[in-house]
Design a protein around this ligand. Structure first.
Ligand SMILES: C[S@@+](CC[C@H](N)C(=O)[O-])C[C@H]1O[C@@H](n2cnc3c(N)ncnc32)[C@H](O)[C@@H]1O
Length: 289
């Protein structure tokens, strides 16, 4: 079976949430995900923060982040403004937004995020295939530049390549699985045109990361998994989803006992760095300091 087909089959075990990914504003995304306690951006935040601090010491003042599968700018909101997922659920679930038009939400959020202090000196390029989500994130200022592109099916547009050369860190939560090694392969020449960035991916246990790490290896990267740690992504949507996911895990020889069997989808953390960087500082020292 091709890697594409493998990823497609694994995706079928999960409930399809595509309908909430590309709306003019994030209300529906947060309304649907709240009862599922979608929280992987919160779990990832302290690790991303440590990596950013580390890179800041070694590189420039402003750390340039590319958030893959940025959606409405969720990771950017957490990192730039030191917000949490519960705060975002509350913000986009506000009573006053119930009857608001998307334009009114954008207008309000532009002022709201525009006046929040910036806790972290970062610039975020957000990449997602969801055009409206990227447009929202860019309009309200959560991301500094948006790339609405699907690198599974298209090439990177030529004009954006220059800005990608300064990327220090690529982050993703909840995205690998939708994207495969194809996306990374198409992204890599542009982002490695300067100082090669680090890649920090939170990946559901049922998606194999090997096709991506193998591709990266050919380009001088070493990938480490943070052993002994799992991160809750969200609760299962239904008993049916639970059964299907547990079945998928069993088929892949992954034991869900005491893990997914407790009721949630779990992710692991993979850090990919140019080989010389990974030799210098082990993953545990960076991610768990
Ligand atoms: C589960 S959401 C995660 C969003 C955000 N990172 C978060 O954690 O809240 C998955 C995201 O992947 C995006 N996505 C799906 N397929 C994609 C592709 N081929 N290229 C880029 N983004 C994609 C979706 O549009 C969606 O925004």
């Amino acid at each position: 079976m091709s890697d594409d087909a493998v990823f497609e089959e694994i995706n079928e075990a999960k409930t399809n949430l595509d309908g909430i990914y590309d709306q003019p504003d994030p209300r529906e995304y947060f309304r649907k995900l709240k009862p599922l306690r979608y929280g992987i951006p919160d779990a990832a935040k302290p690790i991303f923060q440590r990596l950013i601090s580390h890179l800041r010491r070694r590189r420039s003042e402003t750390v340039h982040v590319l958030d893959l599968g940025c959606s409405y700018g969720v990771n950017a909101a957490l990192l730039k403004h030191d917000l949490s997922m519960p705060e975002l659920y509350e913000h986009w679930g506000q009573e006053k937004f119930t009857e608001a038009t998307p334009d009114e939400v954008v207008e309000y959020d532009r002022r709201y995020f525009g006046t929040l202090p910036e806790a972290e000196d970062i610039e975020v390029i957000g990449l997602d295939q969801a055009e409206q989500a990227v447009e929202f994130a860019e309009e309200v200022g959560l991301i500094d530049e948006g790339l609405a592109v699907n690198l599974e099916t298209e090439q990177l547009p030529g004009p954006v390549k220059e800005n990608l050369a300064q990327v220090d860190l690529i982050t993703s939560t909840g995205c690998v699985g939708y994207v495969t090694e194809k996306t990374f392969e198409r992204l890599l020449p542009a982002v490695t045109d300067g100082n090669p960035p680090w890649l920090a991916n939170f990946v559901l246990r049922m998606f194999p990361f090997e096709p991506i790490s193998e591709m990266l290896k050919k380009r001088g990267y070493a990938t480490e998994k943070l052993e002994g740690h799992t991160f809750v992504q969200r609760n299962f949507t239904s008993e049916e989803e639970r059964k299907q996911v547990l079945q998928q895990l069993h088929e892949q020889g992954i034991d869900p006992a005491g893990e997914e069997a407790e009721g949630h989808l779990l992710a692991e953390f993979y850090l990919s760095r140019p080989i010389r960087d990974s030799v210098a500082t082990p993953i545990g020292q960076l991610a768990l300091a």
